[in-house]
Design a protein around this ligand. Structure first.
Ligand code: GLN
Length: 259
C-alpha cells in the first residue's frame, strides 16, 4: 500500500518563528501545508529561530512580522544567514516575507529612534519609520494575483528602488508601502515582500499556490503542481473547493470592514 512517505516532500521553513510572527502570520504555514497535502505532497515544516541549524532541504520560506524589538532580536542571525538567503533567492526559492521581515529583506529599516537596522538587500527597498501607524484592512490589485486582501499595521514607510516591482497597487492614500505612491509590497524573482498580515494566504489562495507551485517545480520539475492538481482525488478536490470558497468569503468580509 502506498504510504504518506512515498509522497514528494516539500520542506517549508518558518523564518524566525518565535520573534517574527504576529497578526495571524502563522496562518500562512497552515494554509500552505494544508493545500500542499491536498495536492498530494508531504509538507515538512521547520521552525527556525536564531542560532538553529539550517535544515538540509528548504523548498519554501515563510517569514512574518514583528515589532521593532523582535526585529532587533533576530537581526544578528539574519545578517549571518543573509548570504545563504540571498543565494536561495537567486536560485528561485519562493519566499514570502511579511512586514517586519519584508523591511529587513530590504536595504535598511530606520526606526523612530533613528537607529538603522541594516537589512540583507534581497529586495531593492528601504524603510523609514514615522510616528503614526498605518493600520487596517487593505485591498490591492496585483497584476499576477488579482485582488489581494490583507491587514496592515506598521509605522515604517517603504520605498521601492528600481530593482523591485510592487506586489500590487492600492487606490487610496495612507495605505500600502508608504501611503503616497499607491504601491504595496515588492517582488523579485520568487520572493514576495508585503505588509499584508491577516493571515494573507488563507484569504488569498492564488499566492499560496504560486509559492507551492514554485517550490514544487523547482524541486521536482516543471509543471509538477499542475500534474498533481490534475490527479487529485474527488475528496481532496472537494476539500480544496471548500477552502477556496471560505477564502472568497473571508476576503470579501475583510475588504468590506472599516479601517
Ligand atoms: N516594526 C515595523 C513597523 O512598525 C514592523 C511592524 C510589523 O511587522 N507589523 O513598521
Amino acid at each position: 500500500m502506498a504510504s504518506v512517505m512515498d509522497q514528494p516532500a516539500l520542506h517549508i521553513l518558518s523564518l524566525y518563528h518565535r520573534d517574527m510572527n504576529i497578526y495571524g502570520d502563522s496562518g500562512n504555514i497552515l494554509s500552505v501545508t494544508r493545500r500542499a497535502e491536498l495536492y498530494g505532497f508531504r509538507p515538512v515544516v521547520h521552525y527556525y529561530n536564531p542560532g538553529d541549524p539550517w535544515p538540509d532541504q528548504v523548498d519554501l520560506i515563510l517569514g512574518g512580522g514583528g515589532q521593532d524589538h523582535g526585529q532587533e532580536r533576530i537581526i544578528q542571525d539574519l545578517h549571518r544567514r543573509g548570504p545563504l538567503l540571498g543565494n536561495l533567492a537567486e536560485q528561485g526559492v519562493p519566499m514570502l516575507m511579511i512586514c517586519g521581515l519584508y523591511q529587513l529583506f530590504g536595504h535598511y529599516f530606520e526606526t523612530s529612534d533613528h537607529e538603522r537596522l541594516e537589512g540583507i538587500g534581497i529586495l531593492d527597498v528601504h524603510t523609514v519609520a514615522r510616528s503614526d501607524r498605518m493600520i487596517g484592512n487593505l485591498v490591492e490589485q496585483s497584476p499576477d494575483f488579482g485582488q489581494v486582501v490583507g491587514y496592515e499595521n506598521h509605522s515604517g514607510l517603504t520605498y521601492l528602488g528600481e530593482g523591485a516591482q510592487p506586489l500590487g497597487t492600492v487606490n487610496q492614500e495612507g495605505r500600502g508601502n508608504n501611503g503616497r505612491d499607491h504601491t504595496e509590497g515588492a517582488r523579485r524573482k520568487k520572493v514576495i515582500g508585503t505588509y499584508m498580515h491577516g493571515s494573507l494566504l488563507p484569504k488569498n489562495p492564488a499566492i499560496a499556490d504560486f509559492l507551492i507551485g514554485a517550490a514544487a517545480d523547482r524541486r521536482y520539475g516543471q509543471d509538477t503542481l499542475k500534474r498533481m492538481r490534475q490527479s487529485m482525488d474527488q475528496a481532496n478536490r472537494q476539500e480544496l473547493g471548500r477552502l477556496d470558497s471560505l477564502a472568497g468569503q473571508a476576503s470579501r468580509i475583510a475588504a468590506s470592514r472599516p479601517r
